[in-house]
Design a protein around this ligand. Structure first.
Ligand code: GLY
Length: 603
């Protein structure tokens, strides 16, 4: 087994990229310096996506959202205040990927008492929901894709109770100082004054133009005859500005009772939903114990069930520690990717068999992470050959569970990283599930379609649902569906050293893990760790997807080991901030993923 350095002896191009990311300075990256990775290793590195700061930093996948967070930090807010401001600004400027109609997970480190809190504000199923009701739903490409209006019953049934407003309120109640009215201000300004759509938003608007054309808000963005949002226009959202002002003045209650809540119920019902006023009234944020484990000499704190993302990463890293131990020369890229791909097969099978909402089913995380089980799985690794996923399948002996179920896709998600001047850290992933969620808006925001993250049971006429189905993640009253969202904070000793998370359906966890592994184990600069070409393997199907930027020689080496590779059309999107402490103070090395055009902000 090869070993490699986990020390400062980085290859020179990595050092160069580190300088690109600021070299410990407190200013944004100079734009006239360019990292030059070796020809064999293509990279998306571009200077505008990374910067190093001294006091505070925000990294999101939209420049306006990072600026909103930084504005609140400059005004004296905490990381919680800034994360909330960034989430709200994302809902304005990146409305396909987040917003008040969705939900998410917040992981928060409070420096004063070194506590870590995990808040679950994911969408929940209506009381009238059942697996039978949702069975005819078609998984895969959403019904809003390609021009059809979102009028099918399937789409309405996927609308869960939005958790984002209550989540923001709870985050601020516990950790905020500046007040909700101030927190909403940057988003209100953005919605009123307008913003230039990103390439990412313009591209999604073309794919989902059918939904946009059939929604009153969408129609203001896509004029008759246009095939999507036009480039170089200024998009405004006065309805959202009004909603945000009211939120700032009155709190989250306006989304759960009263005229806006009634409008949410009516709009979900219009497309076949079964959401009621009572479902909204009863919604609560849930605090859960985060998933914690030691890997590669660091303490990783991440999302617990009903996320399967945290488990998948921790189970995979436990294998990688054995297959790619640190210290020594850097391993060949193909060795790294082969080991990573093999490391995800078993954990994804575990997810598909054992995961559900922990308030309703028992998720055996401790048994799944039992050291003996990990050692058994680790011993299966063949450095020279890819194994079929079933070889890594280790059903727990005393656990009744169905065969593995398919894991759904999704891309309407966003991630926010914040470090404030007091050392508080926020890692928040927020989602409306697929782009533009259920394809209908209320009060200037899009309603989620999160409930298609439930396992869809077999149903006649629904080929996608003919696959075996996990009993544990089926739709049921008040349940929250299994997620892949993986907000993470990595500690060395008592100190947080990396905050990271991402968006992109099931690719979230594989992407977050790859970037974190490169930052922590290879000590790659964060900009390089985030930009580096990525792969994805999720047990089912057997094939391995590689981003187009992956070097041809590396793909050939993976094929030679038996991996069936295809091209990954859309990789996930990762944000990260490394926190380094030196004799001259703190350095915050922040990176937004170039794949979505984000930029960090800070001071
Ligand atoms: N909807 C994306 C996720 O929760 O993983």
């Amino acid at each position: 087994m090869k070993t490699f350095f986990a020390s400062s002896s980085s290859p020179s191009w990595i050092t160069l990229a580190l300088c690109l990311a600021g070299c410990g300075s407190a200013r944004p990256v100079a734009t006239n310096r360019t990292a030059t990775p070796p020809a064999s290793q293509p990279s998306l590195l571009a200077p505008q996506h990374a910067a190093t700061y001294r006091r505070f930093a925000v990294a999101t996948d939209h420049p306006e959202a990072s600026s909103a967070g930084a504005e609140i930090l400059a005004a004296g807010g905490t990381a919680a205040d800034a994360a909330a401001a960034a989430m709200l600004a994302l809902g304005v400027a990146s409305p396909a990927s987040s917003g008040l109609g969705g939900g998410g997970f917040a992981l928060y480190y409070r420096a004063s008492d070194r506590s870590v809190t995990f808040l679950d504000f994911r969408e929940s199923a209506p009381a009238a929901m059942s697996a039978g009701l949702i069975a005819p739903m078609v998984m895969g490409p959403p019904v809003t894709d390609g021009g059809a209006p979102p009028t099918s019953r399937a789409m309405g049934l996927t609308v869960g109770v939005p958790g984002e407003p209550r989540g923001i309120e709870e985050l601020l109640r516990r950790f905020g100082t500046i007040g909700l009215a101030r927190v909403v201000a940057p988003a209100v300004r953005l919605a009123e004054q307008g913003f230039t759509p990103s390439e990412h938003l313009a591209g999604l608007s073309q794919r989902f133009v059918g939904a946009l054309r059939h929604d009153p808000l969408g129609r203001t963005w896509v004029p008759d005859g246009a095939d999507g949002i036009r480039a170089n226009v200024t998009l405004r959202n006065p309805a959202l500005a009004q909603t945000l002002r009211s939120f700032g003045a009155n709190g989250a209650g306006i989304f759960y009772e009263g005229p806006l809540a009634d409008d949410i119920v009516r709009t979900a019902g219009r497309i076949g939903g079964v959401l009621t006023a009572d479902d909204l009234r009863r919604y609560r944020v849930t605090e859960r114990a985060p998933l914690v484990g030691n890997r590669y000499g660091h303490r990783w704190v991440t999302a617990p069930p009903e996320s399967a993302g945290g488990y998948t990463m921790m189970a995979s890293l436990a294998l990688l520690e054995r297959w790619l131990p640190g210290g020594g020369a850097a391993p060949a890229e193909a060795d790294v990717l082969h080991a990573m791909a093999e490391s995800w097969r078993g954990p994804f099978l575990d997810r598909a068999r054992y995961f559900g909402d922990p308030d309703f089913v028992s998720v055996p995380v401790d048994a799944l992470l039992d050291p003996a089980r990990i050692a058994t799985r680790a011993a299966l690794f063949d450095p020279a050959r890819a194994r079929p996923s079933r070889d890594y399948d280790l059903p727990l002996p005393d656990r009744a569970a169905g065969p593995p179920a398919p894991v759904p896709p999704g891309t309407g998600t966003s991630h926010v990283c914040v470090v404030d001047a007091e050392g508080n850290v926020a890692s928040v992933t927020t989602t409306i599930n697929i782009p533009f969620g259920a394809g209908v808006s209320v009060g200037g925001f899009w309603l989620n379609d999160e409930l298609d993250d439930f396992t869809i049971p077999p149903a006649p006429g629904n080929p996608a649902a003919q696959l075996p189905s996990s009993a544990l993640n089926q739709a049921a009253p008040n349940r929250r569906p299994v997620s892949t969202m993986t907000p993470t904070i990595v500690f060395q000793g008592d100190d947080p050293v990396l905050v990271i998370g991402g968006s992109g359906g099931t690719r979230i966890v594989t992407s977050v893990e790859q970037a974190a592994w490169r930052a922590i184990v290879l000590r790659a600069p964060v900009a390089e760790a985030v930009a580096h070409p990525r792969i994805h393997q999720a047990a089912q199907p057997e094939g391995l997807s590689a981003e187009a930027a992956t070097a041809e020689a590396v793909v050939a080496a993976l094929r030679a080991r038996g991996h069936q590779t295809d091209s990954l059309r859309y990789g996930a999107v990762v944000q990260a901030i490394r926190i380094a402490r030196g004799a001259d103070g703190v350095s915050l090395e922040a990176a937004s993923d170039p794949r979505k055009g984000g930029r960090p902000a800070g001071r």
